[in-house]
Design a protein around this ligand. Structure first.
Ligand SMILES: [Zn+2]
Length: 471
């Protein structure tokens, strides 16, 4: 009898403990980043597939839809701009007459909002692609029918009478087009530490869509190949412009051959997904915690899929796992939790912005937001926005002492990614990400095998306790 009691108590104990399952987490990551999900671009059918899967997990775990004019069941619908890139080919013939067929995804990419076009064009390097009075990379250049190669950045210096506009792919393309360009090739600055690789990206910046101009990003090594025969490798050009604070544009002796087919839709339907698990405290259940992660990623270019396992299948799968855990431990949950999967983060936080403008519950009733973005690659845990909300940050560190102890002692303020639209409304929040998370960011290599399972499990456990214990 005593033995039976003992087993009973053990059962009770194990039932009340949160059991983050790394198998379930990884299984969901595998599903969301599988080839059939085609990189989950907001507005695509593949995004719908991923969203349906998440809704089915909500339904199985008692996550209920909310009542609000912006919601249709679990969906919060709105429209975005989208661009589907069906074909993206690039070949180079350099000054020696050498011919190269570049490899999509590693040697080059098409920008997410590329225009269409095909042909052959001479390549001209035009610095930063600026056409200001006091600094003009295009002055005296005849670029009709040429492919313009420019840095994907603003100049690293300021001029007395000039303030650069916010860097915008679209504006750069528009300026090149006004000077006659047929195609634009972006390249990272040689002297820039990060993102020198061609990445899949849907960021387009301010300005209007240019449907007729193919837009590439190439790896720095290929920029040097294009510049062969000019005596100016990219590093030298980068240094010259920076040192002289003057444009230094160069006609190369290289050509590109390109074929890009894209389809732009200015009004593409997409949606956030959200649902609620009600808290068990009679008073506090009218207060809400939003636990959110962006489900979308950068999609595919032609047949090349960007799996986005860490960015952000990891955060999305964590939202699903947290919904399972919370539904099994509702007695411990005082406040209600709104589980959210944002769309169109990769286009510029479109989903979280829309939700912040269309909150399903009164703003004053939202206790805090936890944003989960890129949480499973790397070696430790970063908790952001602690400078803006020190009491939340301190409490998470306190919880962490009794858990994995993996939270690094550095944070930031001012929101960050999908937390920003909520932060701007003065809703408290924290941002969970793994430290050194961005090795494979927006690369075809962001696959489930690159995730750190032990870290991932510890991360989700920490967030689970944050949901239950933060005040
Ligand atoms: Zn991303």
């Amino acid at each position: 009898m005593r033995y039976i009691n003992y087993i009973f108590i053990l059962l009770l104990l194990s039932k009340s403990q949160a059991q983050v399952s790394i198998q379930r987490l990884m299984n969901d990551v595998e599903i969301l980043s599988s080839p059939e999900m085609e990189g989950r671009m907001a507005g695509s059918e593949a995004y719908d597939k991923a969203a349906q899967y998440c809704v089915s997990v909500f339904q199985e775990n008692g996550v209920k839809s909310l009542q609000h004019s912006s919601l249709d069941g679990y969906r919060q619908n709105f429209n975005i701009q989208s661009n589907t890139v069906n074909k993206c080919e690039l070949k180079i013939t350099n000054s020696q007459g050498k011919f190269y067929k570049l490899k999509l995804g590693s040697d080059y990419v098409c920008r997410g909002f590329t225009g269409s076009g095909s042909g052959t064009a001479d390549v001209v390097f035009c610095g930063y692609g600026q056409a200001k009075d006091s600094y003009n990379d295009y002055r005296g250049m005849d670029l009709k029918g040429k492919a313009v190669m420019i840095f994907k950045a603003n100049p690293p210096f300021t001029l007395e009478d000039e303030i650069w506009d916010n860097f915008s792919i679209r504006r750069q393309v528009e300026t090149a087009k006004q000077h006659g360009a047929a195609a634009v090739i972006f390249v990272s600055r040689h002297n820039e530490k990060f993102q020198s690789k061609p990445i899949g990206s849907l960021m387009h910046g301010e300005g209007k869509h240019n449907a007729e101009i193919p837009q590439f990003q190439i790896d720095i090594s290929w920029a040097d190949s294009l510049l062969e025969g000019t005596r100016y490798p990219l590093e030298r050009l980068d240094n010259l412009i920076e040192d002289l604070r003057m444009p230094f544009s160069v006609f190369t002796q290289s050509k590109i051959e390109y074929d890009v087919q894209a389809h732009y839709n200015p009004q593409t339907p997409t949606y956030n997904i959200m649902g609620v698990i009600e808290g068990s405290d009679p008073e506090l259940k009218s207060e809400y915690i939003i636990v959110g992660a962006h489900l979308d990623h950068v999609g595919k270019i032609g047949d090349l899929v960007y799996p986005g396992a860490n960015d952000n299948a990891s955060g999305s799968a964590a939202v699903l796992e947290l919904a399972r855990l919370i539904s099994q431990n509702r007695d411990k949950l005082k406040r209600s939790v709104i589980f959210t999967l944002f769309t169109a983060e990769e286009q510029g936080l479109e989903g979280s912005k829309f939700m912040a403008q269309n909150l399903p519950v009164p703003k004053e009733k939202i206790a805090f937001v936890l944003n989960l973005d890129c949480i499973a690659h790397g070696d430790s845990i970063r908790v952001g926005n602690g400078k803006s909300y020190p009491h939340l940050w301190e409490k998470v560190k306190e919880i962490d002492i009794t858990k994995s102890g993996k939270v690094v002692d550095a944070t930031w303020g001012g929101g960050g990614a999908d937390l920003t639209p909520f932060h701007n409304l003065e809703i408290p929040g924290l941002y969970f990400a793994s430290q050194f998370s961005y090795t494979h960011l927006h690369l075809p290599t962001d696959t489930p095998e690159t995730l750190n399972k032990e870290l991932y499990k510890d991360m989700v456990e920490l967030i689970y306790h944050a949901i239950l214990e933060l005040e």
